[in-house]
Design a protein around this ligand. Structure first.
Ligand code: HEM
Length: 476
């Protein structure tokens, strides 16, 4: 059978009135007896270049697919019941997958995303109260102020912009205001570009990780990002030190994440140490600004192509009384806008891979998993599964609109993950996304100007390879 041609990039198109964005074709895995080192190498190169390009046809059409890379077995699961069985009912038998940890640990040390076991339990317990609806509502006023302040600075009528950069700036501003009340703002653009360069260089698997070489052997692909990473850590550390000094001198602060982190603690371990606060702060920025930003960027691209859907969004946001509608009611007040955002995250899940390793055997039906097996929840495959979705590659916000939303199984749409390790920032992200979508689309229109269709590329998060060029027009 012919080998997969990774260079094919299908043109975006309309079919039966629905827009189908350009996206990698699923690979057809050929006969395992015919599988050779050449296939391993091609797969490994694709994995490093852009992991979603390795999504197979079978993982989009079957419940569970067994794969092999350089002799290491893994399972891609895409059946809602099986997903619930493994990731929720048997979560105590899961540990973080080695390759994932090798990518994340150097970036965020013991931040909540990479912490495990008792350490994870303690930190999750301490951080959960920071994300209650009450606190998230408190942040909403700041979110609106930040977005209203920043939008006119970057979005000029007739300007050609990189939407990726613009949205990253906006979501970074929102997060840094929520985290530090602006106290880390001095070199915002350096911080954002440092995060970008860290993800570009360090946010993907190195061949040595996949081959399970010992950590003592340096990963050459990661070296270029190290300096940027060091700068991020230093700046966050300095912001924390500055706050501690000010606090000692009796200054008071608004309720921001840093204040909440400094107040967090338990009887056994006392308060979080400066180092632990730093780990969580870097994690919040790392996990929180790119994801929301890419979700919104893909949404605006899809709306720039589907003009009818955009018109409906514009009518909805124009009708919203921005000043007097409480922010936690915006999702209900803007059901079509929200459906468009959910649909954008279905087609382009901002954090597409949830990977784990089983620590003990489990059986599901006639399928046996061994301890040590790697299980991958590939949200790209799940969200485009042929048996779970009609017209899976098309942008159809209607599936998330009104009564249709209830027809979607809880475990077939999982942009924020699931089980005990579900995204802790989900509410924050949702509130930020609806505020940003409403305020942006009330005042501006975005039209895609790229010569070629944007191509999704995975570097932990799923971004547009070309930075999403857009023409900005002021509305009204
Ligand atoms: C649209 C925006 C977002 C998406 C799609 C998203 C997605 C995810 C996913 C899929 C996970 C699970 C990862 C896994 O199980 O391996 C996760 C975990 C996490 N997210 Fe988010 N996230 C978003 C926004 C945020 C924000 C705004 C924050 C913080 C302010 C945040 C902080 C975290 C943290 C700390 C975890 C780790 C939770 C744990 O392991 O206990 N995320 N996120």
């Amino acid at each position: 059978m012919a080998r997969h041609d990774y260079s094919i990039r299908p043109e975006p198109r309309f079919e039966d009135g629905a827009f189908i964005p350009s996206a990698p074709l699923p690979i057809v895995l050929h006969d395992p007896d015919d599988w050779s080192l050449r296939d391993d190498i091609a797969l490994m190169r694709a994995l490093m270049r852009n992991a979603i390009e390795t999504t197979s046809q079978t993982s989009r059409s079957q419940a569970c697919v067994q794969g092999k890379l350089f002799g290491h077995e893994f399972f891609t699961v895409a059946d809602p019941k099986l997903i619930q069985f493994i990731f929720v009912k048997n979560h105590t038998l899961l540990k973080m997958n080695d390759t994932r940890q090798r990518i994340l640990k150097p970036l965020i040390r013991s931040g909540l995303i990479s912490a495990e076991g008792e350490e994870w339990k303690r930190i999750r317990h301490l951080l959960t109260p920071m994300f209650t609806p009450r606190h998230i509502r408190t942040f909403s006023k700041g979110m609106k102020t930040t977005i209203n302040r920043e939008m006119p600075l970057t979005l000029k009528d007739g300007a050609e912009i990189s939407l990726t950069t613009t949205m990253m700036n906006l979501t970074y501003e929102v997060l840094s205001d929520a985290l530090f009340s602006g106290e880390i703002d001095d070199d915002k653009s350096v911080m954002i570009s440092d995060f970008d360069s860290v993800l570009r260089t360090m946010g993907r698997p190195d061949p040595f990780d996949v081959l399970k070489f010992p950590d003592a052997i340096p990963r050459l692909t990661r070296i270029p990002g190290r300096r940027a990473l060091h700068r991020i850590w230093t700046r966050v550390g300095q912001a924390i030190d500055k706050r501690k000094t000010k606090e000692k001198s009796g200054e008071s602060f608004p309720t921001d994440f840093l204040k909440l982190l400094m107040e967090a603690g338990d009887e056994t371990h006392g308060p979080l140490s400066s180092e632990e606060i730093q780990d969580q702060a870097v994690t919040f920025i790392g996990a929180g600004h790119e994801t929301t930003s890419h979700g919104l960027t893909w949404m605006l691209y899809l709306l720039s192509q589907d003009k009818d859907a955009r018109q409906r969004v514009e009518a909805e946001v124009d009708a919203l009384d921005v000043e007097n509608t409480p922010v936690d009611k915006w999702v209900d007040a803007l059901p079509w806008t929200w459906a468009c955002f959910e649909e954008a995250m279905r087609l382009f899940p901002p954090a597409p891979f949830v990977s784990r390793e089983l620590t003990a055997p489990i059986s599901y039906g006639d399928r046996d998993f061994k301890g040590g097996d790697n299980v991958l929840l590939n949200l790209w495959a799940l969200h485009r599964h042929y048996d779970l979705w009609d017209n899976p590659d098309a942008f159809v916000p209607d599936r998330f609109f009104g009564k249709n939303r209830a027809k979607i199984d809880r475990f077939q749409y999982l942009p924020f993950g699931l089980g005990p390790r579900v995204c802790i920032g989900q509410r924050f992200a949702q509130q930020e996304a609806i505020i940003m979508a409403a305020l942006l689309l009330r005042d501006y229109r975005f039209d895609y100007t790229g010569d070629e269709a944007p191509w999704p590329r995975m570097r932990i998060t799923l971004q547009a390879e070309n930075g999403m060029p857009m023409l900005v027009s002021r509305r009204g």
